[in-house]
Design a protein around this ligand. Structure first.
Ligand code: GDP
Ligand code: MG
Length: 376
């Protein structure tokens, strides 16, 4: 009887010790696994596996020239003229550009404004990218009226204009700046290429290559994406003023040019233009003596203010006069939307890189895009 009691006590003691050992062991396992997760846990592992996968960009340090501070193969930047109050439209565009393209390439951004940028604007952009970002104010004399403009005549046009943005004075300053001065801004002085960006646009598709490098390697000077017809009341005398320029400066127009794109057979204006809210440009083109001469000729004529000449038709007429087709590139693989028009590349759904509806790729069928494809 005494013996069996002792046995029971010993058995109880042993099971208590066994339970204790089991508890300590489990605690150690839990502690070890928790400790482990702080360095190599599920989320870190996921992060690593994504960043090791080229498509997602990899570690910036491993990318060399495309790291945020790397010396890029092309001196280029994404450039926008923008107001403080358009921060959120711009954030949307930058976020999409980063996601679709620039997180892999880290090209710098340059933002220009006719007024100083607010701290909120600067921070609101810097929060979105690891690429360098610069902010600049426009140089005196590049925003506003040149001295020869008759301001009363300009006012009359604004008051009577019935076309879109016809009443706006600042819109005209903007068009003149983008036509004649943006490429001369000190922050752009060292750039070979720029990619113009705007608020409220969408980039629908992944872009897996460096368009700047593509253009540089292929001797391309101007890249575009959407080409509509300009609205006649805004450019009433632009074509005649351009023809005057050609007549005065025939030596500036090379034999191989693209004038057939902007001129109908009967010599009238097709009004075809590249929509400049997206454009990638070799800035030596805008800095060339012939481009400068053309801008000066137009500026003297005053159509920025007496009508509402846009920078898009002006850039496009310059392309048509001074470049060959082999120097101009249609970025039809870039899915893009700017309020009112969109381009969704054909076959984009199948390629799995775009989020747009291919049936929305209508700008590819614009008359001016067709005309572009038909000329040599
Ligand atoms: N700083 C500044 N930027 C402007 C002004 N007006 C237009 N912009 C910018 O110039 C570009 C073209 O203007 P936007 O209003 O988009 O013209 P739209 O694309 O022709 O409708 C955009 O990047 C605008 O943010 C202005 O008065 N000041
Ligand atoms: Mg716009």
């Amino acid at each position: 009887m005494l013996m069996s009691r002792r046995l029971i006590v010993v058995a109880k003691l042993l099971s208590f010790i066994a339970a204790l050992v089991l508890l300590v062991h489990m605690g150690a396992v839990i502690f070890a696994s928790r400790n482990n997760s702080s360095t190599h846990g599920l989320y870190t592992g996921w992060g690593n596996s994504l960043s090791n996968f080229g498509k997602y960009g990899g570690h910036a340090d491993e990318l060399g020239e495309y790291s945020p501070q790397g010396t890029k193969p092309v001196k280029a930047a994404l450039v926008a003229l923008i107001r403080n109050e358009d921060l959120y439209g711009m954030r949307m565009a930058v976020r999409e550009l980063e996601d679709r393209w620039n997180h892999k390439f880290n090209y710098p951004y340059i933002f220009l404004n006719d007024k100083p940028f607010s701290d909120e604007f600067k921070q609101g952009i810097r929060d979105l990218t690891k690429a360098p970002v610069q902010f600049g104010v426009l140089e005196p004399g590049t925003w506003g009226y040149p001295e020869w403009i008759d301001k009363e005549k300009a006012k009359k046009e604004r008051e009577t204009a019935s076309y879109i943005k016809g009443h706006s004075e600042s819109y005209r300053f903007m068009c003149r700046f983008q036509s004649g001065f943006i490429h001369k801004h000190p922050l752009l002085r060292d750039l070979e290429f720029y990619w113009r960006i705007e608020p409220d646009v969408h980039y629908y598709c992944d872009i897996d290559y460096d368009p700047f490098l593509y253009m540089k390697k292929n001797g391309l000077k101007y890249g575009w994406n959407i080409a509509p017809n300009e609205y006649e009341p805004t450019v009433r005398t632009l074509w005649n003023t351009t023809k005057e320029f050609i007549k005065k400066n025939p030596q500036m127009i090379p034999e191989k040019n693209l004038i057939d794109w902007v001129s109908n057979k009967d010599g009238s204006y097709t009004k075809c233009h590249f929509w400049s809210n997206f454009e990638i440009v070799d800035l030596s083109f805008y800095r060339s003596p012939q481009y400068q001469a053309y801008f000066d000729h137009l500026d003297k004529a005053g159509g920025f203010f007496y009508e509402r000449w846009g920078d898009a038709p002006i850039h496009s007429l310059a392309v048509a006069m001074f470049l060959k087709k082999t120097e101009v590139h249609y970025f039809d693989d870039v899915g893009y939307y700017h309020p009112a028009m969109s381009h969704c590349p054909k076959g984009s759904k199948e390629r799995g890189k775009c989020v747009c509806d291919p049936r929305e790729g209508w700008s590819n069928d614009f008359d001016c895009a067709k005309r572009w494809r038909s000329i040599s």
